[in-house]
Ligand binder design. Sequence first.
Ligand code: ZN
Length: 209
Amino acid sequence: MRLFGTRRVTSDYRSGNFTCPQCAAERTYRHRKVAKYLVAFNFPLIPLARLGEYIECAHCQSTFLPDVLVRAGDADGPHTLSEYEKAVRHTMVLMMLADGEVDDNELDTVLDIVNRYGDHPMSRIDLEVYAEQVRRLPQPVGTYLRQVSPSLNQHGKERLIRCAMAVASADGKIDRSEVEVIREMGRNLDLSLHELQSIINAEPEGVGA
Ligand SMILES: [Zn+2]
């Protein structure tokens, strides 16, 4: 065991009740903060940097940015998507745009995956408009995943990896380069090799589970 190192630590900040946009009902939440800590003998000693924070619904486990607490009562506003669902849409579109070309087959595959793993239906037009927005602000998938990771809990990260596996196996098999892409995603989401392996080994979950 190394004497000193750094580790990402998630801690509870406070809790309360809110209207969960995902459940569309009053639920208990945990406000959690994610920080990078200096650790000694695996024990967190000193916080080095704040990485992010999120509101987690105790019922559905969806995570949201903290402003959901003030926006939840705004019934007229746009629907607040969970951080997981936003991450699925954004990651899939970045992966689709990565080779510089988008064909109809890719759009169909991404639409299918986004609607299978998301909780709110997206139309073909919605997807095309969104892809056009993302195309204007391109970034590597890894950079985006490192940014979004502190606003996702374990549940959201697992679902995101399953979603990527569904994309990789869309052609009927998962080859070595696709396995490497999924491993890289796991690293960027701060999942340990053990956590990643257990997600890969687990039976696929049902639709939207
Ligand atoms: Zn909920």
